[in-house]
Design a protein. Structure first.
Length: 147
């Protein structure tokens, strides 16, 4: 494979990774809005199911960004200094937002415990702020990766 073909393959792989992240992000945002729109919260089968779906895609999205996007960078598959520099600068805040998503999942995933909805509105608000911060960081990184 020629150097040009290798570079084209690398760019295609990066674009596919970014596209997958953006699809998962969109799913998270849609489900976030659907859950938030059900306030006041009370135990119903539809809320429980929606919350579980949201938690699952939230974890998938969080893991994909953390392990695939930043993994791509830390594994040495990304060589551009502008991307590496930005990734290093934003990584601590990105991890913080990822940890907030994991905490939300741990609290609202039905598989481990009974669901307590008393603080769901407040927890969604906090999670929304963390997601907004994460999205801003991702957008900066993705724009740099695509330039």
């Amino acid at each position: 494979m020629s150097k040009g073909e290798l570079e084209k393959e690398r760019r295609t792989g990066t674009q596919e990774m970014i596209d997958k992240l953006l699809v998962e992000r969109q799913e998270v945002l849609v489900l976030f809005c659907r859950v938030a729109g059900l306030e006041p919260y009370s135990h119903t089968e539809s809320l429980d199911h929606l919350l579980q779906s949201f938690c699952q895609i939230l974890v998938d999205y969080t893991a994909f960004g953390h392990f695939e996007v930043f993994g791509h960078i830390s594994d040495g598959r990304e060589r551009r200094s502008s991307v590496l520099k930005l990734a290093k600068a934003i990584y601590p805040n990105y991890v913080e937002a990822s940890e907030a998503a994991v905490r939300f999942n741990d609290k609202y995933d039905l598989s481990e415990h009974a669901l307590n909805l008393d603080n769901l509105a407040e927890d969604l608000s906090k999670l929304g702020e963390e997601l907004a911060g994460r999205i801003e960081l991702e957008d900066r990184l993705l724009a740099t990766m695509l330039s």
